[in-house]
Ligand binder design. Structure first.
Ligand SMILES: [Fe+2]
Ligand SMILES: [Fe+2]
Length: 421
C-alpha cells in the first residue's frame, strides 16, 4: 500500500547516476532526461522544473554529497546491488537539499552532519575523528525500566484511537461509518483526515466535508495509517518542536518504507505502517520523560562514535527497544507491532516475522536517506538475512525507494504544511 498516489515505475537510480556526471546529473530523475528531484505529491518521475546546480557549485555540492555518503555508509557494503540503489537516491536527496540551501544563501553542513538536521546531529564528528573512550558508568539518577514505565506521563497512556481503529479495521464486518465514528470523537484527527482528503494529492471533484466520505475516499486501512501518523506527533512534548519533527520524519519514512516493502512482499501494509510509525516509541518516551538523559545519550553516541543503542545501554542499563516492546505490549496493538519495536535493531533476522523484517529495513532505509534520529546518523549493517528476504530486483527496489521519498514528503506536507510543527 502506498500512503499516497505515486508515479509509475522507472529505471534504476544508480544507472542514471552512473550514466552522467556531476551534480546536474544527480538532479535528473532516473529514467527521465529533463531534470527533477523528488517533489511532494508528484511522485519520483515528475520533473520539478527546478534548476540544477551550475558549474563550480555543482562540483562543490557533488564532492560534499560524496563525503556525507562516505561517512553515512561507512559501516555497510555499498557494492550490494540494493544498497547501491539506496545510496544513489540518498545522493539525489543530498544534492537537492544542498541546492535548496544554496538558493537561501546557506552552505551545506560538514560531512558529519546532515541537511535539515537540527541539534546535536549537525555537529557530529566523522568516525575517523573520534577517539575510543571508555564506557561511562550508568547515570545514578536513571530510573529502572520498570520505574520508567510505571510513571503516568502522557506518553504512557496508549493512543486509544489507534487501538480502537486498529481493532475495527482488522474486523471482517467493519464499515466506513464505524471508522468515522471513532475519528469524529477527536477534533484533531477529524481535521487531519479532512485536510488529507481535500489535499491536491487526492483532488476530490467536490469538497469532502464529512469524515464518512473521507473514509470512503481514502479507504479504511489508509485511514488507520494516517491516524497513526498524526497521533504520534501529538504524543510528543510540545517544547521539543525541532526534535519532534526530526523524530516524526524518521518514523514516517520508516513506516512508509515498511508499508511499501509489505506491498512488494504480499504482506499487510497497514499493520507494517503502524509498526513502522511506532518502532522507536521507546526513544520518544525517553525524550519526553527523561530529556536530559536522552540528550546525554545522543551526545555520548556522537562523541564516542557508538550506536545510539550502545550509548543507551551504557548510560541507562536498557535501551529504547526494551522500552518500546514493553510499552507496546501494554498498549495491546498486537504482538507483531511490539516485536518490531523490540527487535528492529537486529542483528539477525532469523525467526523474525515479515513485519519486523519490513520495519527493520524501513528504519534502515530512512537512515540511509538522511531521515535519522538525532545522534544516530551512521547506517548500521542490515540484520543478517534481512535483505535476502526481499523478492526485488535492484530496479524494482530503486523504484520503491523513490516512491518512499516522495510519499514521505507528501505526507508531511499534507499533515503539517510548510513550517508547521
Ligand atoms: Fe531504533
Ligand atoms: Fe528507527
Amino acid at each position: 500500500m502506498r500512503f499516497f498516489r505515486s508515479g509509475a515505475p522507472r529505471a534504476s537510480a544508480s544507472d542514471t547516476a552512473a550514466s552522467a556526471s556531476g551534480a546536474d546529473a544527480a538532479f535528473l530523475p532516473p529514467g527521465d532526461g529533463r531534470g527533477a528531484g523528488v517533489r511532494p505529491g508528484t511522485g519520483p518521475t515528475s520533473p520539478s522544473g527546478a534548476p540544477g546546480p551550475q558549474g563550480e557549485s555543482a562540483s562543490v555540492h557533488g564532492a560534499w554529497a560524496d563525503d556525507v555518503l562516505a561517512h553515512r555508509f561507512s559501516r555497510v557494503d555499498r557494492t550490494h546491488p540494493l544498497l547501491a540503489e539506496l545510496a544513489a537516491w540518498a545522493r539525489i536527496r543530498l544534492l537537492r537539499d544542498a541546492e535548496a540551501a544554496a538558493r537561501l544563501g546557506q552552505s551545506p553542513p560538514p560531512a558529519g552532519g546532515m541537511p535539515g538536521t537540527t541539534g546535536a546531529g549537525a555537529t557530529a564528528a566523522s568516525p575517523s575523528a573520534t577517539r575510543p573512550s571508555r564506557p561511562p558508568a550508568p547515570l545514578p539518577e536513571t530510573p529502572s525500566l520498570a520505574a520508567l514505565l510505571a510513571r503516568r506521563p502522557a506518553l504512557t497512556t496508549p493512543p486509544e484511537v489507534v487501538q480502537r481503529l486498529s481493532a475495527v479495521v482488522g474486523s471482517e464486518d467493519a464499515t466506513p461509518d464505524d471508522v468515522a465514528e471513532i475519528i469524529l470523537h477527536d477534533t484533531y484527527l477529524t481535521a487531519a483526515v479532512l485536510r488529507i482528503a481535500n489535499s491536491p494529492l487526492h483532488a476530490p471533484l467536490v469538497p469532502v466535508e464529512s469524515v464518512q466520505r473521507a473514509v470512503m475516499l481514502l479507504g479504511m486501512r489508509q485511514i488507520l495509517s494516517l491516524v497513526a501518523a498524526a497521533s504520534l506527533m501529538r504524543l510528543m512534548s510540545p517544547r521539543d518542536v525541532a526534535a519532534r519533527r526530526t523524530f516524526w520524519r524518521h518514523a514516517a519514512c520508516s513506516a512508509t518504507a515498511a508499508s511499501a516493502l509489505a506491498v512488494a512482499c504480499g504482506g499487510d501494509p497497514a499493520r507494517a505502517f503502524v509498526a513502522g510509525m511506532l518502532h522507536d516509541i521507546g526513544h520518544l518516551l525517553l525524550m519526553g520523560n527523561l530529556p536530559d538523559i536522552a540528550a546525554q545519550v545522543s551526545r555520548r553516541a556522537l562523541d564516542a562514535g557508538v550506536p545510539i543503542l550502545t550509548a543507551e545501554r551504557e548510560l541507562l542499563g536498557y535501551d529504547h527497544c526494551d522500552i518500546g516492546r514493553r510499552l507496546l505490549d501494554h498498549w495491546r496493538l498486537g504482538d507483531a507491532v511490539a516485536e518490531a519495536a523490540g527487535l528492529h535493531h537486529g542483528p539477525d533476522s532469523a525467526g523474525w516475522s515479515d513485519i519486523t523484517v519490513h520495519v527493520h529495513l524501513g528504519d534502515f532505509m530512512a537512515v540511509a536517506l538522511g531521515h535519522h534520529m538525532p545522534g544516530d546518523e551512521l547506517l548500521r549493517p542490515p540484520a543478517l538475512g534481512a535483505l535476502e528476504r526481499l523478492p526485488l530486483t535492484p530496479a524494482a527496489f530503486s523504484s520503491l525507494v523513490g516512491h518512499v521519498l516522495a510519499d514521505t514528503e507528501a505526507m508531511e506536507q499534507a499533515l503539517f504544511g510548510d513550517g508547521a510543527s
